[in-house]
Design a protein around this ligand. Structure first.
Ligand SMILES: C[S@@+](CC[C@H](N)C(=O)[O-])C[C@H]1O[C@@H](n2cnc3c(N)ncnc32)[C@H](O)[C@@H]1O
Length: 280
């Protein structure tokens, strides 16, 4: 396990993923009924973007660092405001700290909701516990996220969201992810699942999407953002598949993604996409 998210925290792919994560959580939290959030690959929870590791890549500057100073049109600002708040991008610490998905979800969810956060790397799991602090809604576990997906789905509340955000260090991560999603969906057909993937090996991305369709999953929305033409080199694009997305997510993504793509574009080939892989 060599991957450390501190090198990448707040980069363009985090902004893309977390802005959409916030839209899904805000939508789910509109109904009073309690919900559960499961983060299978939670990371360390809070990242110091002034740390040596983060400065070495400078990735934060091309993502959250740009959004801090941006002036989105009003409609886009309204849609991004839960994310901007949850990520602390308008706070005094905005240029020093960037919270990961578990802390953002903790900030967006309500007193009645429950969060299960899994991180396999021991040191990051410890940091995650510290970042979360004392919060009776939250269980932070040092365990394998794919095992958690099997163990905690379906949740007793039968409402909620699973975020699957692996590091893609292993060559078989795509098939592992599609098998895990199909298995979890078979057990919880009404659950909302979001899974992140890198757009480097485009044939593998295509095979991943095709396998979700072949496995019979329904209501699968695919969202993508490239900051330049993807290649096997440094990450230039990423995507999210969202199974059972809120019905407003497609329209919201069509408003948010053009703005974020223009803001974070690094060169030729910057593009966004919103497609249904499978309908009802
Ligand atoms: C991309 S990062 C997660 C970022 C986080 N979801 C966010 O958005 O802030 C992936 C994390 O998964 C952890 N990890 C790797 N393999 C894992 C596994 N099998 N189960 C749980 N966590 C794992 C890594 O240590 C790393 O912290």
């Amino acid at each position: 396990m060599n991957y450390r998210h501190v090198y990448h925290a707040g980069n363009f792919a985090d902004v893309f993923k977390h802005a959409l994560l916030a839209r899904v959580l805000v939508y789910l939290a509109r109904k009073d009924a309690l919900l559960r959030y499961l983060d299978t690959h939670a990371g360390a929870g809070m990242y110091r973007v002034t740390a040596d590791e983060a400065r070495r890549t400078g990735e934060w500057r091309g993502g959250a660092g740009l959004l801090i100073d941006a002036a989105p049109p009003d409609a886009v600002r309204d849609l991004l405001s839960p994310y901007i708040k949850a990520a602390g991008l308008a706070s005094a610490d905005a240029r020093a700290l960037y919270p990961g998905s578990p802390v953002q979800a903790q900030r967006l969810l309500r007193a009645q909701d429950r969060l299960v956060l899994c991180e396999l790397h021991e040191a990051d799991a410890k940091s995650l516990g510290k970042a979360i602090g004392r919060d009776r809604r939250v269980k932070a576990l040092n365990m394998d996220g794919y095992m958690a997906l099997n163990a905690f789905v379906p949740p007793p509340e039968r409402r909620g969201l699973v975020l699957v955000d692996p590091p893609f260090e292993e060559p078989d991560e795509f098939p592992r992810l599609s098998t895990a999603l199909a298995g979890a969906w078979a057990k919880w057909r009404t659950g909302t699942f979001m899974a992140w993937y890198p757009r480097k090996d485009l044939p593998a991305v295509g095979a991943f999407k095709a396998s979700l369709v072949r496995d019979g999953l329904r209501r699968v929305l695919c969202l993508e953002l490239d900051v330049e033409a993807p290649s096997e080199g440094p990450l230039a694009g990423s995507g999210l598949v969202v199974i059972n997305p809120p019905h407003v997510l497609e329209e919201e993504a069509r408003a948010i993604l053009p703005f974020l793509t223009a803001l974070m574009a690094r060169g030729r080939g910057a593009a966004w996409r919103v497609d249904w892989l499978a309908g009802e």
